[in-house]
Design a protein around this ligand. Structure first.
Ligand SMILES: CC(C)(COP(=O)(O)OP(=O)(O)OC[C@H]1O[C@@H](n2cnc3c(N)ncnc32)[C@H](O)[C@@H]1OP(=O)(O)O)[C@@H](O)C(=O)NCCC(=O)NCCS
Length: 160
């Protein structure tokens, strides 16, 4: 099968709705309400410490990552690739881009939380050198537990 090429770029206003819908359908699915609604995504786009990265296919967002950059820690708040485009290395390319950016910014470590039963995401992050740091009971709406994973950024370590 011929895979459509993608490119990574920063999100703009035209991506807000698509990102919010991906959040609802791919990440918040099964949870009450819609926490990453368009207004919140728009706020993330405007926040100086937040990077909203998009994997663009034909002018549309096929995947996205929202990352908050602190002084020593970068935190991946939200991340997904549309099912039709998964297992093509797009997620990997986005996280590598973010890890490189964090390294350049002098960030010490990268963290992310996911539902404890999201074994696909856990395998994905493990493949990228993340390690489980914490099990957090009731993290999602006091019902679902989360796993926090961490990737230390060592200038001497290779990213791949
Ligand atoms: C997690 C996610 C972003 C991965 O995106 P992706 O573009 O499909 O990932 P890649 O193609 O770059 O995968 C890289 C490697 O991660 C691992 N991986 C990815 N998806 C996997 C899966 N479903 N099961 C097991 N391992 C997986 C594999 O080692 C894979 O390499 P391979 O395809 O050569 O075997 C995607 O599955 C997704 O959007 N899931 C739904 C939303 C979600 O769970 N977001 C993360 C919450 S924090």
């Amino acid at each position: 099968m011929h895979a459509t090429p993608y490119r990574l770029r920063l999100a703009d206003g035209g991506d807000i709705q698509e990102i919010a819908v991906m959040s609802r359908c791919l990440i918040e699915v099964g949870l009450r309400g819609w926490t990453w609604h368009p207004t919140r995504v728009a706020r993330a786009l405007r926040a100086r410490e937040t990077c909203v990265l998009v994997a663009d296919i034909g002018g549309c967002a096929a995947g996205f990552a929202i990352t908050e950059f602190g002084d020593t820690r970068a935190h991946l708040s939200l991340f997904a690739v549309k099912p039709a485009h998964q297992r093509r290395g797009i997620g990997l390319a986005m996280i590598e881009w973010l890890l490189e950016s964090a390294l350049t910014a002098g960030i010490d470590h990268f963290t992310v939380e996911m539902r404890a039963n999201n074994f696909a995401a856990r395998s994905f992050y493990e493949a990228l050198g993340f390690r489980q740091q914490q099990y957090i009971a009731g993290y999602y709406q006091n019902i679902e537990p989360a796993i926090r994973m961490r990737r230390d950024l060592n200038r001497l370590a290779t990213l791949s």
